[in-house]
Design a protein. Sequence first.
Lengths: 261, 243
Amino acid sequence: MNFLAGTWIGEWLTGLGRIALLSREAIASVLTFKFSRRDVLYQVYFIGIKSQSVVIVTGAFTGMVLAAQTYFQFHKVKMDTATLAVVSVSMCSELGPVLTALMVAGRVGAAIAAELGTMRVTEQIDALRTLATHPVDYLVVPRLIASTLAVPLLTVESMSVGIAASYFVGVHLLGIEPTYAWWNMLKYSHDSDVLIGMVKSVVYGGIIALIGCYKGLSCRVGAEGVGRATTEAVVYSSITILIVNFFLTMVLEQLCVILGL
Amino acid sequence: MIEVRQLQKSFGPQPVLEDVSFQIENGESVVIIGRSGGGKSVLLKHIIGLLQPDAGTVLIDGENIVGMNERQLLRVRRKFGMVFQGAALFDSMTVAENVAFGLRRHEHLTEAEVAKRVAAALDMVDLPGTEAKNPAELSGGMRKRVGLARAIIYEPRIVLYDEPTTGLDPIVSDSIDKLIIRVRDQLKVTSIVVTHDMRSARRVGTHVLMLHARKIYANCTPAALFASTDAVVRQFVDGVADP
């Protein structure tokens, strides 16, 4: 593999390997309870509670615009009452988890990379190590657990707000008949849509925390290094979420069919 | 006892340490001097396992820490306290939380006991009553004192100081030197101090190691170093630039 050394492919593979090692170390730490519950709670507050406004606004306006666009197309073929069903399925299995994850990646992934990057360049991470504390136990694991807990909860919030907002737009602004719209939504939305959304959001929560932590812990010295780590954390998390979303959709939809969900 | 044998370290193509060997007995106060960028801090970080060498061994009480993984090193590091050049205080925590960090992580004490130990550590570094302050509110000298309080609160046997007086005025530097001596004498710790400051080296050291051209060039007492007629030693001690 020496021929790859110094090339972008080599660096990319090295980065993947390092993230895999960080993940292994973090999972081992989770399984052996080497983290503090207090740190996890603080991170749940930071990642979950503090991200709510961003997620609510994103969910609401996505639901509203989706309802409007769907209505404008369906109205042409007299299928107005199917509008909420389309919004509901889209919000639960695709838009809810993906848009929530992208917004959290922008807010939390950047903050994690900047905080850990600053700690690295000011020797605070070395100080942790001299105080006989493993940086993965103290810094990575609480963020990983909190992110995998908070992102699904935020996704549920985004789905609910999006559907409620679409109901408001569809029924009160566009004049869709509410009873049929509601009936069709319940008929065409399945438990499996919500389940797929939840599984995706857990995976995206892990991706955001791991990439943010990796970029922060491996950032280069200096203000430029921290800036670059922050940008890369957001860009790489977002791209990874979008790529993983395709594969997860294919696998989970097939799995639901096989399991009869 | 700390023993370093034939230590070698390079960063990429740049060699930093070559064949560095020395021994430090328990209770000694050793000063490591040398030119900027000469590898003093790198050597210090090898002693506590923050860096791994390319070759050589580092023995802490007879146990070779080279090749240990991070979790094995955590056990060894409980023997150490370290004061960083920029203090490296956790800026999201108060002074009390910084100082109590090691205690809270590794000892099962009540909050009252933690508060008592924190107050005692801050008293020792002449900063009583600063528990509630944030690191951003402290001067450079105060930050280093808090860093020292954090390093000594769980009573380590070895304390490492990375340029403790750099960037401080002579009066604050003197107070830090006195503090290093007080900690050494009261807690009976082994001290290793990396410094450029020759006044500081003379005051706190019972032994001096001089790094030059990637090797240990001099290993002697401060008195012998200051009396040396060797050209390289004299140039450093007298602070004379290359012609």
